[in-house]
Design a protein around this ligand. Structure first.
Ligand code: WT7
Length: 650
């Protein structure tokens, strides 16, 4: 860790044509932090406003006088910025390329004009179903064009969308619908991933039988696989039946910059997922600006981000950023290893992708299959690669750079969060030398700092907790329905700053190296899972008395889920019960929360006041029983010895 990291200097050919050079970066960064209002006021001109903002920034992280407002007197509509304003110059340009799960199905190319018409039709349909500005709409769709259409149609009528990832189970859908009181759900008969069907409509049906969901009046169902599904009239309506006859023009709602655009639920260290709320003006300015600058976007680029719209990466860097920029974005329904592990690279060749953005977990998984599945494709169209979601280990970075990119394309390792709306720490390929494994330097306007556990600022080369000293336009504004939780989670720990929940090291060159979460959140394949959520799913099983969940290092996923389970008196651990509990978590939360390892724990290590000592459980899960540290506060040291003895070797 302490040896000097390899440096990949800026490629001079790339820099010669880049949007931002080293000098530009230094000058603009200085401007952005010296006078944020001037800087972000200028950047906001990239959007079309009904009323241009004059009050650019009004932010205070002071808990007595807390506020985050950007462009507060501006008015705009996000869908107009993603569609209408391109029609003159880019009406016939491809907005979306849709690549099916099955490569034998013809790809679909949707122009800006067509996308505009499809969004307007759905927006009209939503209005006809009574959806009004400020109403919440849940979107539970596969990665198909309708997912993009649905988000933009909500934006057009001022409805707040809440996209729920298609891998979530009925209980998770129900929790999210209940939290934001959705009136309407847009789903599909089924999804398709790697040839396997996902019963989306059936999951919605099951969710709507659960408590708290009776605000839902209508379920719009996209016919996707064509399989028969149960339709409950009058609640359920076929999408095409409601949408097809609608007019292709729809007057957009005038939205204030600070009106909500969407809610996206994400796991925290305690309790139920939080509804991260983003507003319209600042979010769109930030998503579009970062997309253009970080990916060095040009008019003829074909841009592909492999994320799902169920995550923030899909929101900012498949939908809002690229479309606000008039880019051509690829929407991929499938998975990296279907029908073969060459799929990503074949899709790149097929559509001549120039900018490619994916996750370290996918890179590590594909790296396992060797170079041949990559080498047999061309990939000559590529000019820039990106990663997001978790730290990328230098081996995977080098493989991505050398094998996938043939040492021709720089890699942008982009650090950000659902809460940040857009990328905050990242290389700009024409401006910043790369170091494998480092997200490098802050984006314009972003002021990272490191603090120790007491909140003392650490200068120079240091490792600590990552905080941000000032706001940026894409920052979340609140936790939906729980502003107190917003303040408590992000602003109370280190007063006067936004606390990211991440640990981070800064090297002698001022480069930032994210070391991972410092809270009880596990990053599984770039997705956040709260240990508390998995624990409460386990404890909801009648035979479980207590559960404790921690992360452990996993070769492909980055982190895996390790669960310790104590059964109620009289229940004996069996292989069947083991399987049943794993299946129970999948059923309660969804496959992404599947425990990788489940260890029976006759007891859990606790302090004398009854607090579970997770630090010790983490060390046992990591198979580092010699690093348990101070165990003198344990109520019963025998518990730890037996857990170490009984550890299931991953
Ligand atoms: C957490 C946020 C932002 C979109 C995807 C995840 C981790 C994200 C990186 C990176 C190291 C990263 C952090 C962060 N993370 N990108 N490039 N290097 N860590 O969004 O689900 O909100 O998770 O992902 O731990 O806090 P998210």
């Amino acid at each position: 860790m302490n040896h000097p990291a390899a440096v990949y200097p800026i490629d001079p050919d790339f820099a010669a044509k880049a949007r931002v050079t080293r000098e530009d970066y230094e000058r603009q960064y200085a401007e952005s932090v010296d006078d944020p209002a001037a800087f972000w006021g200028k950047v906001a001109q990239r959007l079309d406003w009904f009323t241009a903002p004059t009050r650019i920034k009004d932010v205070s992280y002071d808990l007595e006088d807390f506020r985050i407002r950007w462009y507060e007197d501006g008015e705009l509509n996000a869908s107009v910025n993603c569609l209408d304003r391109h029609l003159d110059k880019r009406g016939d340009k491809t907005a979306l390329i849709f690549e099916h799960d099955d490569p034998a199905q013809p790809a679909e190319r949707i122009t800006y004009r067509e996308l505009h018409a499809r969004v307007c039709k759905l927006a009209n349909a939503l209005r006809s179903l009574g959806v009004r500005k400020g109403d919440r709409v849940t979107i539970y769709l596969p990665m198909i064009p309708e997912a993009v259409v649905a988000m933009l149609a909500c934006a057009r009528v001022g409805a707040i969308h809440s996209v729920v990832f298609g891998g979530f189970a009925p209980q998770s859908i129900a929790d999210r619908v209940a939290d934001c009181q959705s009136r309407l759900i847009i789903t599909a008969d089924e999804g398709l991933r790697g040839g396997k069907k996902v019963p989306l409509k059936a999951n919605v049906d099951a969710a709507l039988k659960l408590g708290g969901t009776n605000t839902v009046e209508t379920v719009l169902v996209v016919r996707h696989t064509g399989s028969a599904v149960d339709m409950q009239m009058p609640r359920d309506r076929w999408y095409d039946a409601v949408v097809d006859a609608q007019p292709t023009e729809c007057a957009p709602e005038r939205m204030n910059a600070e009106d909500p655009l969407f809610i996206l639920y994400t796991s925290g260290s305690t309790g139920k997922p939080k509804g991260v709320l983003h507003t319209t003006g600042g979010y769109l300015v930030y998503a579009s600006f970062t997309h253009e600058v970080v990916f060095d976007l040009r008019e003829d680029d074909v841009y592909w981000c492999t994320a799902d719209v169920g995550w923030v990466t899909g929101h900012s860097y498949i939908v809002y950023g690229p479309l606000a920029n008039g880019a051509t974005a690829l929407v991929f329904e499938g998975v990296p290893n279907y029908p073969t592990v060459s799929r990503f690279w074949e899709v790149i060749d097929k559509h001549q992708v120039t900018l490619f953005y994916t996750a370290p977990t996918a890179i590590r998984a594909l790296m396992r299959d060797g170079d041949e599945p990559v080498r047999k494709t061309s990939r000559a169209s590529l000019r820039l690669l990106g990663t997001v979601g978790e730290p990328i280990n230098p081996e995977a970075w080098r493989w991505y750079y050398e094998v996938v990119g043939e040492s021709r394309s720089p890699i942008v390792d982009t650090w950000w969060q659902t809460e940040t709306g857009g990328i905050l720490i990242t290389p700009l390929a024409g401006a910043i030398d790369l170091k494998p494994g480092s997200a490098t330097k802050p984006f314009f306007g972003v002021q990272p700092a490191l603090v120790d556990a007491n909140g003392t600022r650490l200068e120079g080369e240091a490792e600590g907790n990552l905080v941000l000293l000032d706001s940026w336009p894409g920052q979340m504004r609140t936790v939906y329905g729980d502003h107190g939780r917003f303040i408590d989670t992000y602003f109370r720990t280190y007063p006067g700053t936004y606390f990211t929940g991440d640990g981070c090291r800064r090297d002698a060159d001022g480069y930032y190296w994210i070391t991972g979460r410092v809270d009880d959140v596990i990053n599984v394949s770039g997705h956040r899972i709260g240990t508390a959520e998995v624990e409460s799913a386990l404890v909801s099983h009648p035979k479980v008395a207590e559960a404790a969940v921690v992360g452990f290092p996993h070769d492909i996923k980055g982190q895996g889920i390790y669960a310790y389970v104590t059964l109620i008196a009289g229940e004996a651990p069996t292989d069947e019960l083991h399987k049943e509990l794993v299946a129970h978590v999948r059923k309660e939360i969804g496959p992404i929360a599947t425990p990788d390892h489940l260890q029976w724990a006759p007891g859990l290590p606790k302090t004398r006041s009854g607090k579970i000592m997770r630090r010790i459980l983490r060390k046992i899960a990591e198979n580092a029983p010699d690093q348990l540290g101070d165990t003198s506060t344990l109520a019963d040291p025998g518990v730890v010895e037996s857990l170490v003895r009984e550890r299931r070797v991953p």
